[in-house]
Each structure stands twice: as structure tokens, then as C-alpha cells.
Design a protein around this ligand. Structure first.
Ligand SMILES: [Zn+2]
Length: 227
């Protein structure tokens, strides 16, 4: 979580955020300081200072100070975590769930060959042909590394959590499951995780789980066997 906060503060400097909120300021003598009216309390003489190089604020009127997240906590009356979620939502590039599922499926696909327990499971279920495994884009979730992979690509922890890919500790919810991407209209709309042991339940991501996936591929077939 702290790592997310640090990245967020680098991505969105405090002064930029304040300007987005229509805070007007003038340079306060030194090159790296700005001063303006305090957005946290009513005043007529500017006493709110922002130090650009330190990325911090301090108000000589109300005595409040801190970083971007502290400012959001005070100005919006939110907790630390709520402030972080608010800022990520405000400033994240509009994230497309299908694009993230595509990334996650590719990542899991790349893991499959490295984990004999997953390949053994597929063999045991009669799936031996590497070309079919490739075609179906079957993957494996060994656990713990998806978060690093996707946050490095700019997706926020909160977004990945909302999609159901991560749990509250940031671990893969598909841990120790063989992954089958469910496609519709050429896009991945869900992932199905088949538990390879008996300890964990099979699972889908939250959201639409009913219906027949890949209908467009079978609708021309005269006969369809559902299992
Ligand atoms: Zn103040």
C-alpha cells in the first residue's frame, strides 16, 4: 500500500493536484515555494505554503501540513486508504477491464510451463496436446506475482481488487488454479480458475457468470454437447 502511495505522489505532484482543485498561488520568494489562501480554513491573508521540491504543504494559519494524501484526508474527510483510492480513481488512466483480463490471461499463460503440477493436472484431465493448450490460452496462477506484473503496467491495486483478480492482501485470488479465459466476441470477459487440489474451490471473477461463452464459435455447429 505504501508503495502505491509513493508512486501516486510521484505521478501526481501536490501542486498539480491543488491547481486541478483551482487553488491559486504565487511564488513565495524561493524558487520551490508557492503561497496562497488555505483551502482548509477560511482566511483573507495567504498562509498556505507548498514546497514543490519536497512535495509538501504547510499552513501557518491552521497549523496543518503534510503530503498530497494528507491534504485529501483533511479536505475531503477521508481515511488514508479512502484518500488513496479516491486519488487513484481520479487520476488513473481510464482502465478497460477487458484489456486487464487480456494481460492477466497472458501472464498466467506464460506461467503454465514452469509448474509441473499444473501440466500434470491437464494431462490427468486428458489435455496433452500443446497446440490445444495454446489455442485455448490455458494458464496457471502460481500466486503472488500478478499484482507486481499489472501494477508495473499502471493498473491500480484498487482497480485490480475491484475486478476480483487480487484479494485484500494483494495476492492472486486464482492462486493454485488452472486458468481458462472465457471469451465472447473475441474479447476475454471472465476467467475461470480450476483448482488443481481439493483444498480450494473452483472460481470465476465476480460479475456475469451465466450463459454460454464463445457462442459465436459454436452456433454454426449442428450439435453441441454441454458438460
Ligand atoms: Zn489553513
Amino acid at each position: 500500500m505504501d508503495e502505491d502511495a509513493e508512486k501516486l505522489k510521484q505521478r501526481l505532484p501536490l501542486l498539480d493536484y491543488l491547481r486541478q482543485q483551482h487553488w491559486t498561488a504565487r511564488p513565495a520568494g524561493h524558487g520551490s515555494e508557492f503561497v496562497g489562501l488555505c483551502p482548509l480554513h477560511p482566511e483573507t491573508r495567504p498562509s498556505f505554503y507548498v514546497n514543490v521540491s519536497k512535495n509538501l504543504f504547510y499552513c501557518h494559519g491552521c497549523g496543518q501540513g503534510g503530503d498530497l494524501i494528507r491534504f485529501v484526508q483533511l479536505s475531503r474527510h477521508l481515511s488514508f486508504r479512502q484518500s488513496l483510492a479516491y486519488l487513484e480513481q481520479q487520476n488513473a488512466p481510464p482502465a478497460d477491464p477487458a484489456a486487464v483480463l487480456e494481460q492477466a490471461a497472458t501472464f498466467y499463460q506464460q506461467q503454465l510451463d514452469r509448474y509441473p503440477e499444473a501440466l500434470d493436472y491437464l494431462k490427468q484431465r486428458g489435455l496433452h496436446d500443446p497446440a490445444s493448450i495454446q489455442d485455448l490460452r490455458i494458464g496457471y496462477a502460481p500466486g503472488a506475482s500478478l499484482r507486481r506484473h499489472l501494477t508495473a503496467q499502471g493498473y491500480s491495486f484498487h482497480f485490480l481488487r475491484r475486478l476480483g483478480l487480487l484479494n485484500s492482501q494483494g495476492c492472486d485470488t486464482f492462486y493454485r488454479r488452472v486458468i481458462f479465459p472465457c471469451c465472447h466476441g473475441g474479447r476475454i470477459v471472465n476467467l475461470y480458475g480450476r483448482s488443481i487440489g481439493t483444498a480450494l474451490a473452483h472460481r470465476f471473477l465476480p460479475g456475469s457468470q451465466g450463459g454460454l461463452y464463445a457462442w459465436e464459435q459454436v452456433r454454426q455447429c449442428p450439435e453441441v454437447i454441454l458438460v
